[in-house]
Design a binder for this molecule. Structure first.
Ligand SMILES: [Zn+2]
Length: 361
């Protein structure tokens, strides 16, 4: 036990199926209750894909910490490692009336196939459009960049970074970042596509939330992402502006790591159909704080370049996992260095402990 075991890069798995097997073993050996939400798509080894949930503590809990990994598939290696380390080391041992619930890989297809999106090329953090609202629209900025972002050919060198720099000079970085990343519902093979309906995984997840958390009074959710910000450092994104009381409360608890989803005020951008708002809507009866814990990896433009290369390979190449664009995506969303991985574990565990102190006090 202790620091050596906890902050060790061995918690990072090398594939989705390995991560899943380890999660199921630990949930069972540490006395958690397992629920699985299988999806229809299969993994590259032909194996099943599912969202797995490990529930620790009272099934009737009024106060719950909800910890989610892999909303963006390939980003799930970091969140999964935090979850495995936390469970194995008994980090979250709730009191009799509380529960800590781990949702292991919300987008299992993406993690298994090394994609940020799911089996329908859908970005799940743009897919949770409220009931009755249409899945439509694309920003003018995205429209203008579409042919640069999504060329209809396999990956090859084409001065993308230089061309992007020229556009940034022309339009401004935060304007362009917002326009490209907010989500689009027009180009099904393009980046940041939000889908045409609520996807299978999210549908099952929302149903599960309603059933399993129907009696809960307060929830603090942590959704672990990677790819935005300074390498190895985390930003805690919340769905509230700087003058909102929610922002002020969380800022007083967690300090300057707290940042709004705003292209001008933080590393992030506002999104349509986001996961945080969906959880708040689904658990409307409860008080919900939703924190997106975002770990930085490499520079934003390089992340975008890696996404673009992998998407070209998937859409217009043969998509197999041995291609350099897959390795590029792994490096962009989960660098393999000891330094980065240990930093992620440190901050991931620390946030869980801080949240536990606040939620269960
Ligand atoms: Zn993400």
């Amino acid at each position: 036990m202790g620091a050596v075991v906890l902050y060790d890069q061995k918690w990072f798995s090398s594939s989705y199926s390995e991560a899943r097997a380890r999660f199921l073993d630990l949930v069972s050996s540490e006395g958690g209750v397992h629920t699985e939400l299988p999806i229809t798509a299969l993994g590259p080894d032909g194996g099943p894909l599912s969202i797995d949930i490990g529930w620790f503590g009272s099934l009737e809990a009024k106060r719950v910490i909800l910890h989610i990994s892999g909303t963006h598939g390939v980003e799930g290696f970091a969140g999964s490692a935090i979850q495995l380390a936390a469970i194995a080391n008994g980090i979250c041992t709730p009191g009799d009336a509380d529960a800590v619930v781990f949702v292991h890989v919300l987008n299992p297809y993406g993690m298994a196939w090394v994609r940020r999106v799911n089996e329908s090329n859908v970005d799940l953090n743009r897919n949770f459009i409220p009931d009755g609202s249409p899945y439509e629209g694309v920003s003018d900025g995205y429209e203008a960049m579409n042919s640069t972002l999504n060329p209809q050919s396999g990956p090859r060198f084409d001065f993308f970074l230089l061309r992007s720099l020229a556009k940034i000079v022309q339009h401004g970085y935060s304007t362009l970042k917002q326009a490209i990343t907010e989500g689009q519902y027009v180009y099904p093979k393009g980046l940041f596509f939000g889908g045409q309906k609520l996807e299978e995984g999210p549908q099952k997840y929302l149903q599960w939330l309603e059933t399993a958390l129907g009696h809960v009074e307060s929830v603090c959710a942590i959704d672990v992402h990677t790819g935005l910000g300074k390498s190895g450092e985390d930003t805690l994104l919340i769905d509230a502006g700087k003058d909102d009381p929610v922002y002020q409360k969380l800022h007083s608890l967690f300090g300057d790591r707290i940042a709004p989803w705003d292209a001008d005020q933080s590393i992030a951008y506002q999104i349509n159909g986001g996961h945080p708002a969906a959880v708040c809507r689904q658990l409307g009866h409860a008080k919900v704080d939703f924190i997106t814990q975002e770990f930085g990896t490499i520079a934003g433009l390089k992340v975008l370049y890696a996404l673009r290369q992998e998407n070209r390979w998937h859409q217009w190449g043969d998509g197999h996992l041995k291609h350099s664009s897959k390795q590029g995506l792994l490096d962009a969303f989960g660098p393999g260095t000891d330094r980065w991985r240990v930093a992620v574990l440190h901050r991931g565990i620390e946030l869980l402990q801080q949240v536990q102190k606040q939620t269960f006090k």
